[in-house]
Design a protein around this ligand. Structure first.
Ligand code: AHM
Ligand code: MG
Length: 343
């Protein structure tokens, strides 16, 4: 009698739903069941709700400014606020998230006082908001920390270095919607199939190339850069066949989009500090740390130029930080310039 042999493609995990992936402990943390699983699947639900809203943005009369300003003194758009409220609402339902800190809110928001509220979440609900009205990719960024005590949640529960993240990821609302997540061991991407309403595994074990030939920076700020960053910038544009220079320049102005391209293709994204803003623009908790955690898990690197991003001990929720993110080789080159060397 013939023995049954499964067809080779049955062993492929491509096409598994995000929920199955999470529930079956395939995110590299098989022991991570129960409350952590519940938290991650809430995030998947929030991402579906936000994507459905983003996809109808032009039709649903939700574009434009509300007239309010957020804690950064920036104009809040309706979609930012909706994404923020959606995340808060979904995360509060299962009671496993003690509190959330959002780029859109000055203080952390307590979401659950239940004894099983073991985690805190940080997020930028809608990154790249200046691109909403012009139909350019935007995203959601998140990081998850464990609440390390049984007492009431406090702001200091968020002020932990990125090395302590339990999970981080982003959702990119681009030509398709993709959910990219890591628990520190492997980075996996799930593409949203609107016809079935699910995120399906499309990119398992994403690895950032060791080197790339694309650089991404807001060159409009160049007159304010330090001399080291100016030297680096001149170098990436120099002509040298051996190092495949000049590099090509790409800049969307949505961190999620620029970082996603860098993750998939390699190269470097940088938002340095400058003479006007020594700490740069991007926020450590909501932007730099989640991406640093993702890039390291994918074999890449994230640095201020002088220090590993994940080692920084935050002192406040809305702290900003200079950021260089990308392929290991390209980030090392950048760090060499910041040290005053030339690679
Ligand atoms: P936001 O969180 O208010 O949308 O701002 C952050 C965005 C990032 O997505 C992007 O990398 C950066 O700001 C672009 O800034 P700039 O316009 O100065 O180049
Ligand atoms: Mg942002």
């Amino acid at each position: 009698m013939d023995t049954y042999e499964p067809a080779p493609n049955l062993e492929s995990r491509t096409g598994l739903t995000l929920e199955t992936y999470i529930l079956e402990g395939m995110l590299g943390r098989p022991e991570a069941r129960g409350y952590f699983t519940s938290l991650l699947s809430s995030l998947a639900l929030a991402a579906k709700l936000v994507t459905s809203r983003v996809r109808r943005a032009g039709l649903a009369n939700v574009l434009g400014y509300t007239g309010d300003e957020n804690v950064q003194g920036e104009k809040v758009q309706k979609l930012d606020r909706e994404a923020n409220e959606t995340l808060m609402r979904v995360l509060s339902r299962r009671g496993v998230c003690a509190a959330a800190a959002s780029e859109e809110e000055e203080e952390m928001r307590v979401l659950s006082t239940a004894p099983h509220a073991k985690y805190v979440m940080m997020f930028d609900p809608l990154d790249g908001s200046s691109n909403i009205d012009v139909n350019i990719s935007i995203g959601t960024i998140f990081g998850v920390l464990r609440k390390e005590h049984d007492g009431p949640v406090e702001e200091k529960d968020f002020l932990k270095p990125g090395t302590k993240l339990q999970a981080a990821g982003y959702v990119i609302y681009g030509s398709s919607t993709m959910f990219v997540i890591t628990t520190g061991d492997g980075v996996h991407g799930f593409t949203y199939d609107p016809t079935v309403g699910e995120f399906l595994l499309s990119h398992e074990n994403i690895r950032v190339p060791e080197r790339g030939t694309t650089y991404s920076i807001n060159e409009g700020n160049s007159s304010r850069w330090t001399d080291d960053v100016k030297r680096w910038n001149a170098w990436v544009k120099g002509d040298d066949k051996a190092t495949q220079r000049p590099y090509r320049q790409r800049y969307v102005g949505t961190l999620v989009a620029d970082a996603h391209r860098t993750l998939m293709r390699g190269g470097i994204f940088a938002y340095p500090g400058d003479v006007k803003a020594p700490e740069g623009k991007l926020r450590l908790l909501y932007e730099a740390n989640p991406f640093a955690f993702l890039f390291e898990a994918a074999g890449g690197a994230a640095s201020t130029g002088t220090e590993r991003i994940l080692d920084i001990v935050p002192t406040e929720l809305h702290q900003r930080v200079p950021l260089a993110l990308g392929s290991r080789g390209n980030v090392a080159d950048y760090e060499a310039f910041v040290r005053g060397e030339t690679p």
